[in-house]
Design a protein around this ligand. Structure first.
Ligand SMILES: NC(=O)c1ccc[n+]([C@@H]2O[C@H](COP(=O)([O-])OP(=O)(O)OC[C@H]3O[C@@H](n4cnc5c(N)ncnc54)[C@H](OP(=O)(O)O)[C@@H]3O)[C@@H](O)[C@H]2O)c1
Length: 263
């Protein structure tokens, strides 16, 4: 399917690996110029090289910690300098720690809200003036299934991400008439390093081998398997496309059916 974003510029955050990396690949494959950011320079540089080689796309990078407002502004300015403007913004970050609600201090809350909620607010604020001025823009926020269905222990993540859902809905309403859409993708269980270091590791520590551990995780998923990053990235690229211009203010799960709510 021709997505109509050839020559558009995408800024993809937290994109040295996992869901961000896969989203950057999907966008580059569609002919978008891509700028990726994450904290670790060496891996970021390698990822940019790999995506360029795999897609033939023009991929640039700048290290960024999305919790630092000055660094957010720096990568946004860098993208504009490299490619003229940012048409597509993919907000993504790491995930906060898991634990029971009463365990977390004010500092834990502040850190988590900076990581997910405030980074998204800041990047939207940076990108909107130019998107509105040119009359075209796509904002896609990568969230979690926890905004749709209880994910035990995920309070720091869920509270911030529900803030993003609320902000994105209000924002979509404010900017729809400028040709700018704002949507969320709610990730189910997708095999990335984050899952390898959490759900998978717990099972390996219990003595399961990797295949049994993956099968055990998959039991709770109607599709009976863990998703692949490219399956989520395909939706990110579609929501970023010209074809998706009439879809805004939504939150769409990519989860193999694990979210059990009907609406
Ligand atoms: N995979 C899933 O099944 C799943 C499910 C639900 C929600 N999610 C959410 O989706 C997001 C992406 O997860 P993932 O699975 O792709 O994780 P991942 O494979 O661990 O990748 C995380 C990426 O984020 C970057 N990053 C982390 N903290 C950052 C920061 N402060 N500033 C800039 N970049 C940062 C990392 O690079 P550096 O460390 O070098 O910065 C890396 O590129 C997370 O918020 C996660 O909670 C994932």
């Amino acid at each position: 399917m021709e997505l109509g974003i050839q020559g558009r510029t995408a800024l993809v955050l937290a994109a040295s690996k996992g869901l961000g990396r896969a989203s950057a690949i999907a966008l580059a494959r569609e002919g978008a110029n891509v700028v990726i950011g994450a904290r670790t320079a060496k891996r970021l540089e390698q990822t940019a090289r790999e995506i360029g080689a795999e897609t033939g796309g023009d991929v640039r990078y700048l290290p960024v910690d999305v919790t630092d407002p000055a660094q957010c502004a720096a990568i946004y300015d860098f993208a504009c300098k490299e490619f003229g403007k940012v048409d597509i913004l993919v907000n993504n970050a790491g995930g906060p720690p898991f634990g029971p609600v009463e365990q977390f201090s004010d500092d834990d809350w502040h850190t988590a809200l900076e990581l997910n909620l405030m980074s998204t607010v800041r990047f939207c604020r940076l990108a909107l003036p130019s998107m509105k001025a040119v009359g075209w823009g796509r904002i896609v926020n990568i969230l979690s299934l926890s905004v749709k269905s209880v994910l035990p222990g995920s309070v720091l993540s869920t509270a911030g991400r529900l803030g993003i859902v609320g902000m994105a809905k209000l924002l979509s309403d404010e900017v729809a008439s400028f040709g700018v859409t704002v949507n969320n993708v709610a990730s189910g269980m997708i095999l990335t390093d984050r899952v390898r270091q959490t759900s998978l590791r717990q099972r390996l520590e219990q003595g399961m081998d990797e295949n049994s551990a993956l099968e055990d995780i998959a039991k709770a998923i109607p599709a009976r398997r863990i998703g692949r990053p490219d399956e989520l990235a395909a939706l990110v690229a579609f929501l970023a496309s010209d074809s998706a211009g009439y879809i805004t203010g939504t939150t769409i799960p990519v989860d193999g059916g694990i979210v059990r709510s009907i609406l």
